[in-house]
Write a protein that binds this ligand. Structure first.
Ligand SMILES: Nc1nc2c(ncn2[C@@H]2O[C@H](COP(=O)(O)OP(=O)(O)O)[C@@H](O)[C@H]2O)c(=O)[nH]1
Ligand SMILES: [Mg+2]
Length: 366
């Protein structure tokens, strides 16, 4: 996943690294800008142990030494430059920052999210005296990692939420048709069942018989109780019954499927609104596919505004080369990414953590 973005970021990281290398070679470190060079000659020579250390500025400084061959002076300067500090200016980073911005936008990272990442990179790299104990690439990677961490958010510990919440915990899945709601409900059921929770599924997509049949097959395979009515029934009534069943049987979690379409969009939204009032979800998960890129982010924002969302499940992440929606969605709608769908099998689900995406995007170097 995210191969395209991963490869592009590898290139731009080396561009940032090269900018750091350049300033390393161009700005030898002096003890303080106010100290005249002549003063250095009066100071004590450096301790023996520092003399043998290798430094990239050495050649530059030795060349300068031809003018004033006083050993005390050069020994002292060597001692100071061995610290290997660099200072990056805005100008030094102009090109790589622009390149990074283009890469993020091309990868469908939303504009405000791109801006936030660029701003973070700028503040963490520009103007700082930095000791080069790490390699330039390590410095860049760390800055990028922290920038991504800032926009990705922390996620949501669903098992922890369920444990600490009054039962049954009711979770409503919304989102447009074909993005993977029904499959995700099956995956989440399996995930939670393996964690020891009891589950009931409500077949709230009554739009067509096929949808009820689809969730029934999953429920049967997973050994999970399904509450369903006929095609065309009121989804609110189905989900109400699912909650009643959960209460009567002390079931921990009710997972509610919904239709992603209706006769028209306004009707879909008012149907979801009715479900929300009657089912009274503790959590609403918005489901969309990573492969939809920025469309998924725009739709998520719309659902968040109308129906509300407490978290996002991003599906088909296994098929997404760009990573833009995964990076952008939580920051844009201000709600956490909860799960990633990474394939068609039940076990192809992962509870989101920022490191999961960071490691994927930055490869082994993260
Ligand atoms: N590759 C991949 N396919 C998925 C994933 N999640 C769902 N799908 C597929 O997406 C299609 C639509 O899924 P479905 O659950 O019916 O979507 P719904 O209309 O939103 O309920 C199905 O073919 C699923 O197998 C995923 O994480 N990865
Ligand atoms: Mg469905």
């Amino acid at each position: 996943m995210f191969e395209g973005l991963k490869n592009k970021l590898r290139d731009v990281r080396s561009r940032f690294g090269a900018s750091i290398e350049e300033t390393l070679e161009e700005s030898p470190v002096s003890p303080s800008p106010a100290t005249p060079v002549a003063d250095l000659t009066a100071q004590e020579p450096a301790p023996e142990s520092t003399k043998d250390e290798i430094h990239p500025h050495e050649g530059v400084l030795e060349a300068a030494s031809e003018k004033k061959p006083k050993s005390g002076f050069f020994t002292k300067v060597k001692t100071l430059v061995i610290e290997r500090e660099f200072i990056l200016t805005e100008k030094d980073l102009e090109d790589p920052l622009f390149e990074l911005e283009m890469i993020l936008l091309e990868s469908d990272v939303a504009l405000p999210v791109t801006d936030a990442i660029i701003a973070h990179m700028r503040t963490s790299l520009v103007g700082n005296h930095r000791k080069i104990r790490e390699s330039p690439d390590e410095i860049v990677t760390l800055a990028l990692k922290n920038a991504l961490r800032e926009v990705l958010g922390e996620g949501l510990d669903l098992p922890g939420f369920i444990r600490s919440h009054e039962k049954p915990v009711k979770i409503l899945f919304t989102g447009v048709n074909g993005t993977g709601k029904t499959t995700s409900i099956a995956k989440v059921s399996d995930f939670l069942k393996k964690k020891g929770f009891s589950i009931v599924i409500g077949a709230g997509d009554t739009y067509r018989a096929g949808a009820i049949e689809q969730i029934r097959v999953h429920a049967d395979r997973l050994g999970i109780r399904l509450i369903h009515h006929q095609e065309g029934a009121d989804p609110s009534a189905v989900l109400f019954d699912a909650v009643e069943y959960a209460r009567a049987h002390k079931v921990d979690v009710v997972l509610a499927d919904t239709a992603g379409r209706f006769h028209n969009r306004a009707n879909l939204m008012s149907q979801l609104e009715k479900i929300r009032r009657i089912f009274k979800p503790d959590l609403i998960f918005y489901v969309d596919e990573a492969t939809a890129g920025n469309d998924a982010v725009v739709r998520a924002a719309e659902f968040e505004k109308t129906i509300g969302a407490d978290g996002v499940m991003l599906t088909k992440v296994d098929m997404d080369k760009k990573g833009g929606s995964a990076i952008s969605i939580a920051y844009t709608i201000g709600k956490p990414l909860v799960f990633l769908g990474v394939g068609q099998e039940y076990e192809d689900i992962v509870l989101f953590t920022p490191d999961l995406i960071i490691n994927e995007i930055l490869g082994e170097d993260a």
